[in-house]
Design a protein around this ligand. Structure first.
Ligand code: COA
Ligand code: ZN
Length: 300
């Protein structure tokens, strides 16, 4: 049996949230359907956040309600606070991704809460969600470095992980929000976490600001991680984290994993079509490196 890796496509959320062109719901839906055609099994489809703060994510309730019939993917929706949870639940979300923080300043800039307050909100949401039958993924922003505070002590992340794993969290994703991590750092942290808790609960979310995202994916893979966030066309970036650039491109991750004999369920030709669509809809040059090579392979 080949090793199975889950690619959680975050293009429709992370990828679109800071684009200069705001996509209407119909186009966001079109992108999600194209990603499903490519065999992507998990999609972060949008976020329930203040539409004033992030205009591109307005109307995520309408988007969710348009995802009927549901396609082949499981959808999750990013939330920053209890209000986001309530809106997601009211719209019928089956999975939410709650953001907590490994630095105080990032917590205040992104959510206008302290780290501890955001974590308390996450605990309340986990409790409610258990009764509501909603899955909660917790994502730890700036786990590898903060745009305001610089280096993040890995002990902070390890303490967060210990608390959530002990409580039986379904998935804890460590995010390199600004693309500051290097493979040695990723290897050290994830190897230590995997030794303490097993690797199965963890996921990683890398941005490619310093061109190390794919190397970081490999380092986490070696530590046993089998869940990666990535974004079609390498789109992405947080509007509240200065200097953050695109996520690791789904195309690059999928091609690397396949070449190494790992199974993602992704069809390369359909993925390329989704990537072309993402470029067309956003008007943004695609990130990632493998796209043109892949196109050559598929047309030769
Ligand atoms: N969904 C929709 N609206 C929200 C919201 C949410 N999850 N959280 C807050 N709001 C609204 C409030 O209701 C308020 O609306 P109003 O001005 O019409 O009354 C407005 O946002 C500002 O509220 P305020 O009380 O000043 O702050 P807050 O603490 O409630 O919320 C944020 C602040 C930062 C959470 C909110 O602005 C936000 O959603 N930011 C986006 C975060 C994000 O997406 N970051 C990138 C991805 S990690
Ligand atoms: Zn991100």
């Amino acid at each position: 049996m080949p090793d199975r890796v889950t690619i959680n496509e975050v293009g429709p959320r992370d990828g679109l949230q800071s684009q200069s062109r705001i996509l209407p719901v119909t186009e966001r839906l079109q992108l999600i359907r194209a990603l499903e055609e490519a065999g992507i099994s998990r999609i972060e489809a949008g976020s329930f956040v203040s539409p004033t703060a992030v205009p591109a994510m307005a109307d995520t309730d309408k988007l969710l309600q348009s995802l009927v019939p549901p396609g082949s993917a499981d959808y999750s929706f990013l939330i920053p606070n209890m209000k986001g949870y309530e809106l997601a639940r009211a719209a019928g979300a089956e999975s939410v991704t709650m953001v907590i923080y490994a630095s105080e300043t990032m917590a205040r800039r992104n959510a206008r809460m302290g780290m501890a307050e955001a974590e308390r909100a996450a605990w309340k949401i986990i409790d409610l969600a258990r009764a509501d039958g909603i899955e909660v993924i917790v994502i730890v922003a700036v786990s590898f470095g903060c745009p305001f505070e610089g280096a993040v002590d890995s002990a902070v992340v390890r303490d967060i992980a210990a608390r959530f794993v002990a409580a039986g969290i379904h998935r804890l994703v460590l995010a390199d929000t600004i693309g500051a991590a290097d493979p040695a750092q990723v290897s050290a942290l994830l190897t230590s976490l995997a030794q303490s808790h097993g690797a199965g609960v963890f996921g990683c979310h890398f941005h490619d600001t310093r061109a190390m995202a794919l190397a970081n994916v490999y380092a986490a893979l070696e530590a046993g991680v089998r869940w990666f966030d990535s974004s079609i066309g390498g789109l992405g970036g947080c509007p509240f984290a200065p200097g953050a650039s695109g996520n690791v491109a789904t195309e690059d991750v999928a091609v690397m994993l396949r070449q190494m004999g790992m199974e993602t369920g992704i069809d390369a030709a359909a993925l390329l079509a989704a990537s072309d669509l993402a470029t067309e809809l956003t008007g943004t040059a695609p990130g990632g490196r493998v796209r043109e090579w892949l196109r050559g392979q598929l047309t030769s």
